[in-house]
Design a protein around this ligand. Structure first.
Ligand SMILES: [Fe+2]
Length: 437
């Protein structure tokens, strides 16, 4: 951890809003006015467009930014393959997709000197990275800063959920700080470097190969509610003007490729556009729920959704279970027993989750694949069935879910991990029959 990184994080300023046409310049006059690509860009900068969607996609889905940089990205040496470490990509074929309920403890602590990139460990996913469809679930565990190297993911955007330790994300478009309770998003292709704000860092990543995440429609909820657009924070322009070797690692169609530039590619002095990184404090989520009876479907807790070509069917949803009141009358208040065509990976940032009395711990995760039967464990069922139904505040934890349209296939390292909990099924043992004809 660097004291400098911590001070930098404390002093950050942000732009606010979701999907905006943001603009920012680190040096006055660096941003062209009235056009994107003047004959000579201001201050001797190079103009470059970064497209996160096809040029012709509808405005609601269109993402692109114009970058004004010291050197164009095109000026780089050839990339060569490097080892993928514990990073894996779709299609996931190392093991058979498993209909069993699976649950993992946190990753073991990494070796000293492990940075964010080398600390990535893939749990599983679905789809096909080269087809820009599906998603992957990665965990990270790090205890060192990335120094003189940056990462970019051509395969998808990275939704990062810190569970332990803060991150300082130095991106092409500027700096973000993400601490436990926040989520951060790095768009497809945006280069970034991660420094640690604490001694170590651990968390979850959804790599979304599909359509960029967007705010869900609210329908009858109205114009407000769930995650507010104004609570999403984008960076202001900040650039590095360093002339020393910097390794640029590009994840491309499932593999890592490396090239060593003679300068930092985080050299964007000004930018404008909508293809931007952002951070969101999940404690600001406006939790809505029933004020009469029944537990609503968990889609009510959707923060962001990656739409598919089928209306209402997400490639992946990011869902948060934030502190909330339960007031339902004559209601089994924890999440109900269910079998779901969608596949659910859940993680825990802090505290406990109201459907599991034990075994689901911060940094761990559970996978309930397509149509697998799950719900409250035995202890939770017995307690909730007998509870006095007075208003109750659930405020002892923060959990989240990546819910995806296709089954999740675990990697070999996840399917055979020492930290895979054997005997997870036992939490549903002891659910006695109570039927009386
Ligand atoms: Fe579920």
């Amino acid at each position: 951890m660097s004291e400098q990184a911590r001070k930098t994080a404390e002093a950050l300023e942000y732009l606010t809003g979701f999907g905006n046409e943001h603009s920012s310049e680190a040096v006055p006059g660096a941003l062209p006015i009235g056009r994107n690509s003047p004959q000579r860009a201001p201050l001797g900068l190079y103009a470059e467009q970064l497209s996160g969607s096809a040029f012709t996609e509808p405005r609601t889905h269109n993402r692109r930014s114009w970058l004004y940089r010291i050197r164009p990205s095109a000026a780089h040496p050839p990339f060569t393959r490097i080892d993928n470490g514990a990073l894996r990509s779709a299609p996931f074929t190392e093991s058979a997709a498993d209909p069993n309920r699976l649950r993992w403890n946190p990753l073991p602590d990494p070796a000293p000197g492990t940075d964010f990139l080398s600390g990535l460990w893939t749990l599983g996913g679905n789809g096909d990275a080269a087809q820009r469809a599906g998603m992957a679930i990665h965990l990270y565990a790090a205890n060192a800063d990335m120094t003189d190297r940056v990462f970019s993911d051509s395969d998808g955007e990275l939704l990062i959920v810190p569970e332990r330790g803060g991150l300082l994300l130095r991106t092409e478009l500027g700096l973000l700080a993400a601490r436990p309770g926040d989520m951060a998003l790095i768009p497809r292709g945006v280069r970034f470097r991660v420094e640690l704000l604490d001694a170590d860092a651990r968390g979850y990543i959804c790599e979304n190969y599909g359509q960029p995440f967007e705010l869900p429609n609210l329908g009858p909820i109205g114009a407000n509610g769930l995650a507010a657009a104004r609570d999403f924070q984008a960076p202001v322009a900040a650039y590095e003007d360093t002339e020393r070797p910097t390794e640029v690692i590009n994840k491309f169609c499932g593999n890592l490729w490396s090239a060593t530039y003679d300068h930092s590619p985080l050299d964007v002095v000004a930018w404008h556009g909508s293809h931007v990184p952002y951070v969101y404090d999940m404690r600001r989520f406006n939790v809505l729920g029933s004020i009469s009876y029944d537990h609503p479907d968990p889609s009510i807790f959707t923060v962001l959704t990656s739409p598919s070509d089928t209306p209402g069917l997400a490639g992946v949803d990011f869902v948060v279970f934030a502190p909330r009141w339960l007031v339902g009358e004559d209601t089994f208040r924890p999440p109900y027993f269910h079998r779901n065509v969608m596949s659910e990976y859940m993680g825990l940032i802090e505290g406990a989750y109201d459907a599991k009395a034990e075994g689901f711990v911060p940094g761990g995760g559970s996978l309930h694949n397509m149509m697998s039967a799950h719900g409250p464990d035995h202890e939770t069922f017995e307690r909730a069935s007998a509870a006095e139904l007075k208003p109750q505040k659930i405020d002892d934890g923060l959990a989240f879910m990546f819910e995806t349209r296709w089954p999740i296939t675990a990697t070999a390292q996840a399917a055979g991990a020492d930290h895979l909990q054997r005997g997870y099924d036992d939490v549903w043992q002891g659910l006695q029959r109570h039927f009386r004809a």
